[in-house]
Write a protein of this length. Structure first.
Length: 110
């Protein structure tokens, strides 16, 4: 995984072609890059982000930003109630409890 200006790139190696290829994974727009060495793929990643930002600026468009930190979750009312109770019992807001629980789950994943 690579990161530049808040954009995250995922890289894979194509053994047949002998190249690294990657894509930015935290935006809805398609941004790809490739290189034959680690140095090339790092440069291509940064260059692709820069090209994308410049392209958006020339068109007068706002670039698709990496995630805002807000998302809506739909669930059944019984689960909502149980989550609220867990948060309240720990003197936390629902947002704080959910955020901490999700962070703990992500950090415990191998």
């Amino acid at each position: 995984m690579m990161e530049y200006k808040g954009y995250v790139g995922k890289v894979e190696f194509d053994d047949e072609a002998g190249i690294f290829h990657g894509e930015v994974i935290n935006t809805r727009d398609v941004i790809t890059f490739q290189g034959r060495t680690v140095k090339e793929i790092r440069k291509a990643f940064k260059d692709s982000i820069q090209d994308y930002l410049e392209f958006c600026a020339k068109r007068g468009e706002k670039p698709d930003k990496p995630f805002s930190g807000k998302f809506t979750v739909r669930m059944n009312p019984q689960l909502h109630r149980k989550i609220y109770i867990q948060a309240h019992m720990r003197n936390k807001s629902l947002n704080a409890w959910v955020s901490e629980t999700l962070e703990s789950a992500v950090n415990s994943t191998p």
